[in-house]
Design a binder for this molecule. Structure first.
Ligand SMILES: *Cc1c(COP(=O)(O)O)cnc(C)c1O
Length: 422
């Protein structure tokens, strides 16, 4: 598409945007009497208006039924996680029995590693992207130590080539190949939180399997952002959170995917809890853990109903909009942001874009590496009603979210930046 950095052009794209009506389903923080320019959906998505009612419904259910709420009403709590499964499965390209909503992201990452990182003296290495989100680094490091290995030896990080900002798929594949028989697990993000790079999960999983390793993905920045086909890609496991692109509110529940070839293997070691136990017998309170089929067999606890209710309301929106439509708009909107930022930069020279230029290798995030004026630029934007995301040491991340951001938002952001330091 040939872009133009004008308000008319942006408004024209908005008028022709088939998803334009979704913006009205979200609540925007206000700045000087108007909606902020919100580019932070990769950190905390905006609140869908439907969530308030969803929460109130559960409060009513509790008020009316007390403990009987587990079995009564339209959405009995006993089965609550199941009411989220079909939408979540479609979102990540999985079969319903491969997906469960439970816990929080880092907890799920640990649970998955309990099952899929079982090192021995020969095969004990974990291959991951350098600069992964800190929680993932800590989780991996602590798992390695827990098994008695030295992180310096057991964790192999793939780094960009000198002078480059992102990873080349061929380099990732080559390192997996090279570690070969020592590789126990290949653990990658779907989209790197810092650079916005979207990894080729299908090829990474295939390379891992060729050398006999498992392949797991952290989709925190990919779920609700990039089209995913976890089942077809043959991922062994994946985890994601719901409060970033999935708009389910701070601390919202997380998801887990376990490929069906593992989900039906009750012998696979795992940390167990009563909610993962065969539901037909769950309340018989018997000895001897018998996991449910599929990803549900990894559950520990009964569902946190309020945060699940919020998540359900939000997933319903994704399901209606459809990930394919969202991706189509996302490519245009992100491309427009890239164009506008380049225009700004031509005149102001404020930053360097480190997100891949190839639209197929990114989601809806553009990361701008700034110089020592970065924080002042970021503060200028915030003081003028544009919310982006600052990451130390000096990156500003902008996420134009296809569900609720407009082309006009993007144009306004650029217009504001042109006034920085003027
Ligand atoms: C946001 C994010 C987290 C946060 O973990 P929580 O357990 O939800 O607090 C972890 N990993 C990645 C890759 C993230 O982007």
């Amino acid at each position: 598409m040939q872009y133009e950095n004008t308000l008319d052009f942006a408004q024209d794209l908005d008028r022709n945007d088939p998803l334009h009506q979704y913006r009205a389903q979200f609540i925007f923080p206000q700045h000087s009497g108007r909606d902020v320019l919100y580019f932070c959906g990769n950190s905390l998505g905006l609140q869908p208006k439907t969530i308030r009612k969803a929460l109130l419904d559960e409060l009513d259910q509790w008020a009316e039924h007390g403990v009987e709420g587990h079995f009564r009403g339209e959405l009995p709590w006993m089965y609550y996680h199941k009411f989220l499964t079909p939408q979540a499965a479609r979102l990540v390209g999985a079969l319903p029995h491969e997906v469960v909503i439970m816990n929080t992201l880092t907890v799920n990452l640990h649970l998955m590693m309990v099952s899929f990182y079982r090192p021995d003296a020969q095969r004990y290495k974990i291959i991951m992207e350098a600069g992964a989100f800190p929680s993932d680094q800590y989780a991996v490091e602590s798992q390695v130590r827990w098994h008695g290995f030295d992180p310096a030896d057991a964790i192999v990080e793939v780094t960009p080539r000198p002078g480059e900002d992102t990873l080349r798929t061929e380099d990732i594949l080559e390192i997996i190949e090279k570690e070969g028989p020592k590789a126990a697990l290949v653990m990658f993000g779907g989209v790197n939180y810092y650079t916005g790079q979207l990894y080729d999960m299908e090829r990474i999983a295939a390379a891992a399997h060729r050398v006999g390793a498992y392949a797991g993905f952290d989709l925190a920045h990919a779920a609700g952002n990039a089209p995913l086909r976890l089942h077809d890609w043959n991922a062994d496991f994946a985890v994601w959170c719901s409060y970033k692109y999935l708009n389910s509110g701070p601390g919202g529940p997380a998801g887990a995917f376990v490929h069906e070839r593992h989900g039906d293997n009750p012998a696979l070691p795992r940390f167990a809890g009563w909610w993962g136990h065969d539901e037909g017998e769950r309340f018989q309170m018997k000895k001897g853990f018998k996991p449910m089929r599929g990803a549900e067999g990894w559950q520990l606890s009964n569902a946190q109903i309020f945060s699940f209710a919020a998540h359900k309301a939000s997933l319903d929106i994704f399901d209606t909009a459809g990930m394919a439509h969202l991706r189509t708009k996302s490519l245009q909107l992100t491309g427009f942001l890239e164009y506008v930022l380049d225009e700004v930069n031509r005149r102001k020279n404020l930053f360097r874009i480190i997100t891949p230029r190839d639209p197929g290798a990114r989601g809806c995030q553009i990361s701008a590496l700034t110089d020592d004026r970065g924080k002042s630029l970021f503060d200028f934007l915030a003081n003028n009603g544009a919310i982006a995301d600052w990451r130390e040491p000096n990156v500003i991340r902008f996420a134009p979210v296809p569900l609720y951001n407009t082309f006009e938002d993007v144009w306004r952001l650029g217009d504001l930046m042109l006034r920085y330091g003027a």
